[in-house]
Design a protein around this ligand. Structure first.
Ligand SMILES: NC(=O)c1ccc[n+]([C@@H]2O[C@H](COP(=O)([O-])OP(=O)(O)OC[C@H]3O[C@@H](n4cnc5c(N)ncnc54)[C@H](OP(=O)(O)O)[C@@H]3O)[C@@H](O)[C@H]2O)c1
Length: 289
């Protein structure tokens, strides 16, 4: 499917592309079509959506229309979606099927539990833990039926992951969390490496905030690249898949030019040195029981 040099091997034995298009806040066919078209032309093979983004229907439609134009088939691309926090627990099986139906797909390459918590429950409620275990069983069932090709979690902290490892039949293939030079996620990365879970970065540009960071700009100037390319390269050079979001076709193209240059060890270290634990996602998953 995707170039092995531009993808990572999952613990399922299949490969996941290192570069994907994030589609959070990309709603409506009029916004999705140009972004997806530019992404397919620029060589993106992964698309990241979620039930809560309310764009599964349009993303499915855009891909059905655009894949033939780019000489691609369904099997050439990798689609990720996620279980909404409102659907945790008993509603999970119906929600898994709904994502398949909305995307109009026979299978989804990667399906994630979006968050450890359940919408409507207080964060400290122990039912959060019961619900996410029940959700995981639903994901395992869709995996066993071939409806999901890989399953994983998002926004879990070490405690949530340890709980999952202790109770699951199938371990997660992927952990998707916020990751960029200001948020090193050292503990989670070490646990993922130890347990053969692929660590994937969302908000790899720090939601755009890191694009004006003076150190990022200096590194970018030094190697004749843009700030976005340097931030994305820093992650993929460590083998970490990234899913930058852009609604702008020229920025979608810019963000794909990552595989024709390398950052020096000095530049990698300068970017890594920016870690200060800064999180842009307003939700704090560490509070969820
Ligand atoms: N699992 C989760 O809970 C979770 C949470 C957050 C995000 N995500 C996923 O991760 C994806 C990306 O995260 P994100 O959207 O939060 O942040 P991001 O990708 O770090 O940053 C996106 C922002 O940067 C801008 N941008 C993108 N490329 C640019 C470039 N080359 N030059 C200048 N500006 C650029 C975009 O604006 P324009 O659109 O105007 O270009 C947008 O405002 C989401 O779309 C979603 O798929 C998952």
């Amino acid at each position: 499917m995707s170039d092995p040099r531009h993808s990572v091997l999952l613990n399922t034995g299949s490969r996941m592309p290192l570069l994907g298009l994030g589609t959070g806040q990309l709603r409506g066919l009029e916004n999705l079509m140009p972004a997806v078209d530019a992404a397919l032309a620029a060589g993106y093979h992964q698309f990241d959506t979620a039930a809560v983004y309310r764009n599964e229907v349009e993303l499915g439609q855009a891909l059905r229309e655009l894949l033939p134009k780019h000489g691609l088939e369904r099997a050439d691309i990798f689609i990720t979606s996620k279980l909404a926090p409102r659907d945790q627990g008993p509603m999970a099986p119906a929600a898994c099927q709904r994502s398949l139906d909305q995307l109009g797909l026979e299978y989804i390459d990667l399906f994630l539990v979006h968050e450890p918590g359940t919408e409507g429950l207080r964060v400290e409620d122990p039912q959060n833990s019961v619900n996410r275990a029940q959700s995981w069983t639903a994901l395992e069932e869709f995996l066993s039926r071939g409806k999901f090709r890989a399953i994983g979690v998002s926004n879990y902290i070490v405690r949530h992951l340890e709980e999952l490892f202790a109770s699951c039949k199938v371990p997660p293939a992927v952990l998707q969390v916020e990751f960029h030079p200001r948020l090193a996620q050292t503990e989670l990365r070490a646990l993922c490496a130890q347990r053969s879970v692929c660590f994937e970065a969302y908000s790899p540009l720090g939601t755009g905030a890191l694009l004006s960071d003076p150190v990022v700009l200096e590194v970018a100037k030094g190697c004749g690249r843009t700030a976005a390319q340097v931030l994305l390269r820093w992650a993929v050079q460590q083998g970490i898949p990234v899913i930058p979001k852009s609604s702008n076709p020229s920025r979608v193209r810019e963000n794909a030019q990552l595989f024709d240059f390398e950052l020096s060890q000095e530049d990698m270290d300068r970017l890594t040195g920016l870690d200060c634990g800064q999180r842009f996602d307003p939700e704090d998953p560490s509070l969820v029981a």
